[in-house]
Design a binder for this molecule. Structure first.
Ligand code: MN
Length: 403
């Protein structure tokens, strides 16, 4: 029977169990699913078949109820599922609850509440600084080592992996141009990022401390922060990103629970500046995650950004986001910022990979500075799991279609 004989070393084995929402073949109905190998387990149907008390949380059209339920429930449900899919006696009862992944439709798995995007890779921030402010004494802005910089984005345009991305139109004006022009972006880019999904809300007026991260955050997924560099460059001073980024943000259909990533926790880079107490994570345990990301354009890998090199951790980002008393809602999503490592082949944006168009990439289809219509961008990643296994993250893919 297919789901129980997944090959050893499958990155979606029973130690992973990411959550998504799917419709079985021929059905419009949405329900919570868990990925096992190349199958999806209908989690609500499985809970019913086995008489589990979790059926009420899982037989739902989205992950929202599960997200709101909190860490003790998340742990219980995960433990139960692990037991379901590894106990041979359950095989017969569960068999009708499995669907081949290739036959289902995957949906955005939760209602995205607020969306924030950070800028937490030092290598990315320095590359961008060198590209846009070549004469500056320091490629980092003076605040960068003191707080994780971010901006509030547009949650309503977060789309699930596989959704086409229409090339955005807008104003652009190169420094040498006399006046702005309007038209489709000619510098459409990607940003390879990791998104964190908030489950448990917080109260208005009450900051979430660093050690509140595991209580509030359910899991993570890959995220592509599509960016129109020409629109962005003309509009962003002095208030920051706006229409150059709000047209689409793609996320994976699979949310990996933090509990699946215990073995992937790593110590972040050494802090070079003393931190204010609310951000000081010295002695807080490893707050980084060792996620090995790949960026592919039309199937060709163009970069392998290492998430372990991120300067600011997800716990610090959460603390920063709420330190003024701003509250969290179930379904809040925050992006890590573009993940770029120290090497040239570890950069998570075309802006950096081509050094703002100066050094085109060679693809089988021809040279690329920024994205062409028809290009398909796919982010994938894995993390070390228990006993030498790998934990696969769900891909996030999107095709650029003409304006
Ligand atoms: Mn971004």
């Amino acid at each position: 029977m297919p789901p129980f004989d997944i090959p050893e070393g499958d990155p979606f084995g029973p130690h992973n169990l990411p959550y998504g929402v799917f419709s079985p073949s021929g059905s419009q109905e949405r329900t919570v699913g868990v990925r096992l190998g190349d199958h999806v387990l209908d989690a609500g149907a499985a809970a019913r078949a086995l008489g589990s008390p979790h059926a009420g949380l899982l037989a739902r059209p989205s992950l929202d109820a599960l997200l709101a339920a909190g860490r003790p429930v998340w742990s219980d449900v995960r433990r139960a599922m692990r037991e379901w899919v590894t106990t041979p006696e359950h095989q017969e009862a569960l068999a009708p609850c499995f669907h081949p992944l290739s036959t289902v439709t995957l949906h955005l798995p939760f209602q995205v509440a607020d969306y924030v995007d950070f800028y937490s890779s030092e290598h990315h921030a320095r590359n961008v600084g060198q590209i846009f402010r070549p004469d500056a004494e320091d490629s980092l802005t003076p605040n960068w080592k003191h707080l994780p910089i971010g901006y509030h984005g547009r949650s309503g345009t977060v789309v699930v992996s596989g959704t086409d991305v229409v090339r955005p139109s807008g104003q652009r004006k190169a420094p040498a141009d006399a006046a702005p022009v309007f038209g489709p972006s000619i510098r459409l880019d990607i940003e390879a990022e990791v998104g964190f999904v908030v489950g448990v809300p917080s109260e208005l007026g009450s900051p979430v401390p660093l050690d509140g991260f595991r209580e509030h955050v359910f899991g993570l997924c890959l995220l592509n922060d599509w960016s129109a560099r020409d629109i962005q460059a003309w509009e962003y001073v002095p208030l920051g990103p706006f229409l150059g980024k709000s047209f689409a943000t793609s996320v994976s259909a699979w949310i990996t629970p933090l509990e699946a990533l215990e073995e992937a926790r790593v110590t972040p880079p050494e802090r070079t500046h003393p931190l204010l107490p609310y951000l000081d994570d010295s002695g807080a345990g490893p707050g980084g995650y060792d996620l090995r990301i790949s960026v592919a354009i039309n199937g060709k890998v163009v970069a392998e950004p290492p998430f372990s090199t991120m300067y600011w951790t997800a716990a610090q980002q959460l603390a920063q986001m709420t330190v003024n008393g701003a509250s969290l809602r179930t379904g809040d999503l925050y992006g890590s910022g573009t993940v770029s490592g120290p090497s040239e082949n570890q950069r998570g944006s075309l802006l950096e990979l081509t050094w703002n168009g100066r050094d085109p990439l060679e693809l089988p289809e021809g040279k690329r500075t920024f994205l062409e219509d028809g290009d398909v961008v796919t982010l994938s990643a894995w993390a070390p799991g228990p006993d030498g296994t790998r934990i696969g993250l769900g891909d996030v893919t999107g095709r650029v279609v003409p304006a």
